[in-house]
Design a protein around this ligand. Structure first.
Ligand code: NAP
Length: 281
């Protein structure tokens, strides 16, 4: 068996076309969805991420506001700026690019964002809403993974899903989303013993670790669906995921490539969340 690839670029294009038309409909009513992106410091990877987010907004007709601040910006000044964006009616989503410089308490900054504008879905209120099945913003990367499963009409009911990784931005919310769709979910992490025994039972595996070859073909049940969130560099310096793609694609039924899989979906779901924040007004 060779797995079918779930193409994150193609799915993103489709979803972004929907975002564009819903944005146009909102604009006709006098509302332009607006995203504020805040970058503190000179982290090169962060600069690329914020540029891509702003460009994606522009391409889909959303208003975007990029604010860059020097590394020595005080926490107090950042919190004050967030408060003014919370009050700004032209801004529906606020994103503070992480990581922040060490002197700034990232959690405090996230909690300062109004939950109504928390389009990254990192606020404790958003986490609580996801946990309890209430309306709220879902973190973009696991939300994108759910859209990928939806795109192949995969019914999670009664399936066993194994999530590898338990971060607050990917692993834990991913597990909650799978649970909400009636999967039975196992979460594994760095202290998990015998990961292979778990993944071999899984119908769906989501790898979100940040280490190459965390999941190899001998760890995958034939026909399983494998979503690869990881972003790593191989020996040639090329982008790769957590999954040994060459091996696992021979065993799985569906698999997401890296690049071109989960990555593009993350920004797409940010656009979706920002649009929905504006639609809720
Ligand atoms: P993170 O905060 O570093 O979390 C990694 C998780 O992996 C932790 O929970 C850790 O366990 C667990 N882990 C480490 N070694 C393990 C092992 N051998 N077996 C099982 N679990 C293990 O990372 P993250 O922010 O969730 O991101 C994970 C990966 O996804 C990274 O490569 C990141 O770049 C990528 N990512 C991609 C996107 C995208 O848009 N494509 C978005 C976000 C993240 P402990 O909790 O015990 O330490």
């Amino acid at each position: 068996m060779t797995a079918q690839r779930i193409d994150g670029n193609a799915l993103s294009q489709k979803l972004r076309a929907e975002v564009s038309s819903r944005t146009a409909a909102l604009k006709a009513k006098g509302i332009t969805p607006g995203l504020a992106v805040i970058l503190v410091g000179e982290n090169p990877a962060s600069q690329v991420y914020v540029r891509n987010k702003v460009k994606a907004c522009q391409d889909s007709g959303l208003h975007s506001l990029l604010e860059k601040y020097p590394e020595d910006l005080t926490e107090k000044a950042l919190l004050a700026r967030i408060e003014s964006l919370n009050q700004d009616p032209s801004i529906h989503g606020i994103l503070v690019q992480l990581p922040l410089p060490k002197h700034i308490d990232a959690q405090k900054v996230i909690e300062a964002i109004s939950p109504n504008k928390d389009v990254d879905g990192f606020h404790i209120a958003s986490a609580g809403a996801l946990m309890t099945g209430m309306p709220g913003f879902w973190p973009c990367t696991p939300y994108g993974c759910m859209k990928m499963l939806e795109s192949i009409a995969y019914d999670l009911k009664g399936k066993h899903a194994v999530v590898i990784g338990r971060s607050n931005i990917v692993g834990k919310p991913m597990a909650m989303m799978l649970l909400q769709k009636n999967a039975t979910v196992t979460i594994s992490h760095s202290a998990t013993t015998n990961l292979k025994a778990m993944t071999l039972q899984a119908d769906v595996i989501v790898a979100a670790v940040g280490k190459r070859n965390v999941l190899t073909a001998d760890m995958v049940k034939p026909g399983a669906v494998v979503l690869d969130v990881g972003m790593n560099r191989n020996d040639e310096g090329k982008l790769c995921g957590d999954v040994d793609f060459e091996g696992v694609e021979k065993v799985a039924s569906y698999i997401t490539p890296v690049p071109g899989g989960v990555g593009p979906m993350t920004i797409t779901m940010l656009l979706v969340n920002t649009l929905e924040a504006a639609e809720r007004i």
